[in-house]
Design a protein around this ligand. Structure first.
Ligand code: KIV
Length: 295
């Protein structure tokens, strides 16, 4: 029997998130939606214990944890593997899996089969796909198959080659109009939430005002219904200059570096392991020339 709660007990569900959007601005239930990425069991457990609403197994895992230059090389099998690990660590939060580049860009039936794998094999409760108007049919198809979809418009990192880089989107009237159309299309197709990435604050605020589904901002200002960050950015665990919007809450990279240097020095000096950190032979064995090796 599964130990994952399916409702009640504070479990975050898709209807809960939709409900939050409808709460009056002055209601105590009008809470922002907190989202972070996780790619493995320990961080997923910590995020869940801290009370995060949504854990996204982002395809950012490709760059942040697997060392690729972009998100494009991530395979479906890799994404499923990380989603399974996260699923095992989460009890309360909603687990959303990012569908990797190439897993939903061709045939709709194949995209549906791939999305179903995230639900059946990896335990995801929703999938995220990038793109607006172009994804209308796909989002409708997935929602018809009972798979909740989180949309993602603005800067869509899987479009890096088409966009020519990672840049703020929607900065001209025409570009802003296109992002608005994309957001509307995602909502009309049946998505339950939409990530707005790297957009002018004013544009994200306008989308948030007009949308009936929650908006989750990353580099889109404070007026969205929720916020998401890449966990490794906020923990100082990347080897790149963090983007302007990524507030760093800890320097875990620095802590790991210092701890590992100290360990190496202790091994070299002989202070690690100490006698107290060693196992000892039973007193009956003391004085014998050979001690049997415990297996
Ligand atoms: O892959 C990811 O981490 C994401 C978030 C930045 C929204 O898509």
């Amino acid at each position: 029997m599964s130990t994952i709660p399916t409702g009640g007990d504070g479990k975050v569900t898709v209807p809960d998130l939709l409900q939050r959007k409808t709460e009056a601005a002055d209601s105590p239930n009008k809470k922002k939606i907190t989202c972070l990425t996780a790619y493995d069991y320990p961080t997923a457990r910590l995020l869940d214990e801290a009370g995060v609403d949504v854990v996204l197994v982002g395809d950012s895992v490709a760059m942040v944890a697997l060392g690729y230059d972009s998100t494009l090389p991530l395979t479906l099998e890799e994404a499923l593997h990380h989603t399974k690990a996260v699923r095992r660590g989460v009890q309360r939060a909603l687990v959303v899996a990012d569908m990797p580049y190439g897993s939903y860009h061709g045939d709709l039936n194949e995209a549906l089969r791939n999305a179903i794998r995230f639900v059946k094999e990896a335990g995801a409760e929703a999938v995220k796909i990038e793109g607006g108007e172009r994804r209308l049919e796909l989002i409708a198809r997935l929602t018809e198959a009972e798979i909740p979809v989180m949309g993602h418009v603005g800067l869509t990192p899987q479009s890096v080659n088409a966009l020519g880089g990672y840049r703020v989107q929607g900065k001209t009237p025409g570009a802003a109009e296109q992002v608005l159309r994309d957001a509307r299309a995602v909502e009309a197709a049946g998505a339950f939430a939409i990530v707005l990435e790297a957009l002018p604050r004013e544009l994200a605020a306008e989308i948030t005002r007009s949308a009936r589904i929650p908006t989750i901002g990353i580099g889109a200002g404070p007026d969205c219904d929720g916020q998401i960050l890449v966990l490794h950015d906020m923990l100082g665990l990347t080897f790149r200059e963090p983007p302007k919007f990524a507030r760093q809450y800890a320097n875990v990279g620095g802590t790991i570096l210092e701890a590992v240097k100290e360990y190496c020095a202790d091994v070299q000096s002989g202070s690690f392991p100490s006698d107290a950190e060693s196992y000892h032979a039973p007193s009956s064995m003391k004085g014998r020339k050979t001690i049997p090796i415990a297996r």
